[in-house]
Structures are given as C-alpha cells and as structure tokens.
Design a protein around this ligand. Structure first.
Ligand SMILES: [Zn+2]
Length: 148
C-alpha cells in the first residue's frame, strides 16, 4: 500500500480538512452514542447494550411490569363495574337501557369479555355470563347466558 507522506501531518494540523472531518465524525458518534432506555444516559460497552447499568435495567423492567399491572387492574375494574350495572338491570326485570344513560353511569362499551356475530348479523357482546347488543342509542337484549 502506498502511503501518503502528508497524511500524519494533515491529521495533526487542527486547521486541515482531514482533522475537521475527524472531529466532526467524532462529534457525530458522540451524538449517536446509544442512550439508556431508562435514564437517557450514555451507554458504554457492547454495541447492543441498551441500559447504562444493571440498576437502570432492573428499574426499567420493574416500571414496565407495574404499568402493565395497572392497565390490567383498570380493565378488570371496568369489567366488574360493567357487570354490576348489567346485573342490576337484569335484577329489575329489564333488558334494555338508553346507552348514553348507562355510559354516564360509567359503563365502558369497549370493555368486554367476548363477542360473536349473531345469525341476524348483529354483534352480541359478553360481559362474563351476561350478553347484550349495542346500537348507537341503546344497550338491548341484555340477558344472562347459561354456563359458558
Ligand atoms: Zn440508565
């Protein structure tokens, strides 16, 4: 390989284009240095590392799990609340309500335990052992289904 006799000199000269390019490349690497997923600090070591320390890794996973647990608890609470509303309607011998009224009481239509398409084309929703149909205006055909 043919060596460029000026190469070393140009790199050492702070005004040379090669030196400036080297500094820019170094700064770019600094900017692109991987950041810890938890604290955002710089990550040193293997290129596939995503946490700056074991403590950050543990904390990140702890918080992820805590968030997942909170979400699951919230959905379960909504399901239980929906169930208590539907159960109370059935206990009154009724099978239909104005949807808006029920939603004002806290009914969450998106929280269901299942659904199926009926032969008539309507969707039947399930909240545990209670089924119902939804239109824009009403929650209707509320009934307890036999053991699932
Ligand atoms: Zn960190």
């Amino acid at each position: 390989m043919k060596r460029n006799p000026d190469h070393g000199e140009r790199l050492a000269n702070p005004d040379s284009k090669a030196h400036i390019r080297g500094v820019m490349a170094y700064l770019r690497r600094e900017e692109e240095a991987p950041r810890c997923l938890h604290c955002g600090g710089e990550v040193y070591g293997r290129t596939d590392k995503v946490f700056c320390s074991q403590a950050c890794k543990d904390r990140y996973h702890y918080l992820q799990k805590a968030e997942s647990d909170r979400y699951r608890r919230r959905v379960l609470m909504n399901l239980q609340y929906n169930y208590s509303l539907l159960d109370a309607i059935l206990a009154r011998g009724e099978d239909s309500r104005v949807r808006e009224d029920l939603e004002e009481l806290g009914f969450k239509p998106a929280c269901i335990t299942g659904f199926r398409k009926r032969r008539d084309g309507h969707i039947e929703y399930r909240c545990f052992d209670i089924s119902y149909s939804l239109s824009d205006a009403r929650i209707y055909r509320i009934c307890r289904i036999s053991a699932v």
